[in-house]
Design a protein around this ligand. Structure first.
Ligand SMILES: Cc1cc2nc3c(=O)[nH]c(=O)nc-3n(C[C@H](O)[C@H](O)[C@H](O)COP(=O)(O)OP(=O)(O)OC[C@H]3O[C@@H](n4cnc5c(N)ncnc54)[C@H](O)[C@@H]3O)c2cc1C
Length: 607
């Protein structure tokens, strides 16, 4: 089985050349310390931990899984030591404020780290990954006292965090949350109820777990307007910060899952557990959205992490394994057969994986720049800029989460396919990647829910198509520079310009028809999301190709000519072989609603 190797050359090309991160950091108020040397050292350090500590535990963690015994969860061998190393290295605190013990670097730095560590071992990364949203929620909505009490140990990685939304009767529809929170005379609350599917809900990696919990106050309005948010520590914290009594939050069991088996997914029973209100009463869901957006971008990273890991597993196999002769004649005459990599269909699979990983990475790293700017707008108190950036990031988020996790799953499946029957055999590690990748399209809002969020909330209701017009204006500005150019980049620019116009026209047609057809948004949304994803990825492939062509021509690049040529050729593959799928999704999005609604519910099957 191939060992994970951090794709640092690809990452540096994006950071330094395509997206000009050095210039971006220079403009940020908290970017002063993010010098190219510091970023390089962080990438190297994260790569070492990922390659040498986390990746070697990936298969064994999957084999062993987590253990449950009377409320106690034990993680697989090696996880505790690896987590201690992660915490001691200060990795949790990279992008959190220095006043709480973090290193105060821009948010994007954590994104790069997350990709590397997540690709090496997604199950492991779930534990510190969940803490990020918990920390962000307390940072944004906590009182000063709550921040002082909870943030330093969370930021240091001494404690971890969770998000407790889902209950047996509801995951998507949180209006149905039933967990109750009752005010106590001393101002705290007592929470009772059951939460299910809670990632990192119980484990042995850290001394305490801080649960962020959605619950209802007595007499709260029905639905989403009656939900509040609470901090519920596993172990109560004394005023001096030391750990006190165990809070009655008990892990009832852990799930037996298809994938991410080393990540504990807990059923948590709250039995008059002490909780502390965070944010205003009945405004909990709004506050939780801070949490969910962070988590959704984190989940989008899972798409590219698995695409990269699966590509890395498939490539050496395709080079070594031999089968039949290449169609154009013998390539390795000294051997009985030619390597798999000579066969066009195997190349198609490898290139699809590569295009997804590298195209998706560019999309995420670009969104990470928006997240950096958003953080600066918040800390600088610039409300107007904050609103604008929040809108932009809100538009990116469902596309990144929905499209990239679907594509990551495709890439993971192709990785298995390249290995043929061996891809289905556990020791090769490829089927584990596919199993681990499967959850990404489900949690943090399924693909269907991301699609409704994109088309219904962000595009139609929220902005009446303006978010698409803004993004396509960026595409047109870029493509205009190359419209008359010859070669591959000119061709891509012209294709991109056509897609920009087509995306707006598609949006306008759906908007018009949605006025008289109430089911249209729901029936068009997933096709619309996938269409948007393919077109957005095309933009980021064209950017990469144009930069590679420029560096190839002026000879000023840090990479080899082969490296740049391969970027252009991968972009050509994307435009020729993957982008045309957008046409099918466009047609699907415009198909009459009747095509999905006309069969009676009773007639889906006949006994
Ligand atoms: C391994 C794992 C880890 C998880 N971690 C966490 C965690 O840490 N914290 C947490 O709170 N939750 C967690 N979850 C829960 C997860 O977020 C939910 O399972 C997910 O949001 C879907 O909710 P559901 O399972 O109730 O499905 P449902 O809401 O019942 O949905 C079922 C299907 O119906 C579709 N659907 C539902 N409503 C609509 C609608 N209005 N329109 C169109 N389609 C619709 C959905 O897209 C889906 O395909 C985790 C789940 C798993 C499996």
């Amino acid at each position: 089985m191939a060992r994970y190797k951090a794709p640092l050359r690809d990452m540096r090309f994006l950071l330094n050349d395509v997206l000009d991160y050095p210039g971006h950091y220079a403009r940020l108020s908290n970017g002063g310390d993010a010098t190219p040397d510091v970023i390089d050292a962080i990438l190297e350090g994260a790569a070492t931990l990922s390659e040498e500590v986390l990746a070697p535990l990936n298969l064994s963690g999957d084999d062993e899984g987590c253990h449950f015994n009377e409320g106690v969860v034990t993680t697989p061998a090696g996880f505790k030591e690896a987590y201690a190393q992660f915490a001691a290295g200060g990795w949790q605190g990279l992008s959190f404020p220095t006043e709480y013990g973090g290193q105060g670097l821009p948010v994007s730095v954590s994104v790069f780290k997350s990709e590397l560590m997540g690709a090496a071992n997604w199950s492991f990364y779930m534990y510190p990954g969940l803490s990020v949203g918990c920390i962000n929620t307390i940072l944004r909505y906590g009182t000063e006292a709550q921040k002082k009490q909870y943030l330093p140990p969370l930021v240091a990685g001494e404690w971890t965090g969770t998000m407790c939304l889902t209950e047996p009767q509801c995951g998507t529809d949180l209006a149905q949350v039933r967990t109750r929170a009752v005010l106590q005379p001393e101002g705290t609350y007592k929470l009772s109820g059951t939460k299910i599917f809670i990632s990192a809900g119980e484990h042995d990696l850290a001394a305490n777990i801080i649960h962020i919990v959605l619950a209802r106050l007595p007499g709260a309005p029905e639905g989403t307007r009656g939900i509040s948010l609470f901090i519920v520590p596993k172990v109560l914290v004394r005023p001096d910060g030391s750990l006190g009594e165990r809070n009655p939050v008990v892990c009832g069991s852990i799930e037996h899952k298809m994938g991410i088996r080393a990540s504990a997914t807990a059923v948590l029973n709250f039995d008059d557990a002490v909780g502390y209100l965070i944010a205003e009463p009945n405004k909990g869901l709004e506050a939780m959205f801070t949490f969910m957006n962070t988590a959704r971008i984190g989940t989008a990273i899972q798409g590219i992490a698995h695409a990269e890991a699966s590509f890395q597993g498939a490539l050496p196999y395709a080079r070594e394994r031999r089968s039949m002769r290449a169609l154009s004649g013998k390539k390795d005459p000294d051997h009985a057969a030619d390597a798999l990599i000579w066969h066009p269909d195997v190349r198609r699979m490898l290139l699809t994986q590569k295009a997804i990983a590298e195209g998706g990475r560019a999309m995420i790293y670009s969104a990470a720049q928006l997240a950096d700017n958003l953080f600066n707008a918040v800390t600088g108190g610039n409300q107007v800029e904050y609103q604008e950036l929040d809108g932009k990031l809100g538009f990116y988020t469902p596309i990144l989460k929905g499209f990239l996790t679907e594509m990551g799953l495709e890439a993971a499946n192709l990785g298995m396919q390249v290995l043929g029957g061996h891809g289905y055999i556990h020791e090769h590690g490829m089927e584990q990647i596919a199993r681990d990748a499967r959850i990404a399209t489900l949690y943090e809002g399924t693909t269907g829910i991301q699609a409704l969020d994109l088309l219904g909330r962000k595009v139609l209701l929220g902005t009446r198509g303006k978010c698409v017009r803004d993004f396509t204006a960026t595409m047109l500005r870029f493509s205009r520079q190359y419209l008359l150019a010859g070669g591959a980049v000119g061709k891509m620019a012209r294709s991109l310009a056509r897609r920009a116009l087509q995306w707006n026209a598609l949006t306008a047609r759906i908007m018009l028809r949605a006025r008289s057809d109430r089911e249209l948004v729901g029936s068009a949304s997933v096709d619309y999301l996938m269409y948007s994803g393919y077109v957005m990825m095309a933009h980021f492939w064209a950017l990469q190709a144009a930069k590679a062509a420029e560096l190839l021509a002026n000879g000023k690049g840090r990479e080899s000519a082969d490296f740049y040529r391969t970027k252009i050729q991968t972009a050509e593959f994307y435009f020729a072989r993957l982008l045309p799928r957008a046409d099918g999704h466009r047609k699907g999005a415009l198909a009459p609603t009747r095509s999905v609604m006309q069969i009676d519910n009773e007639h889906f099957a006949f006994d």
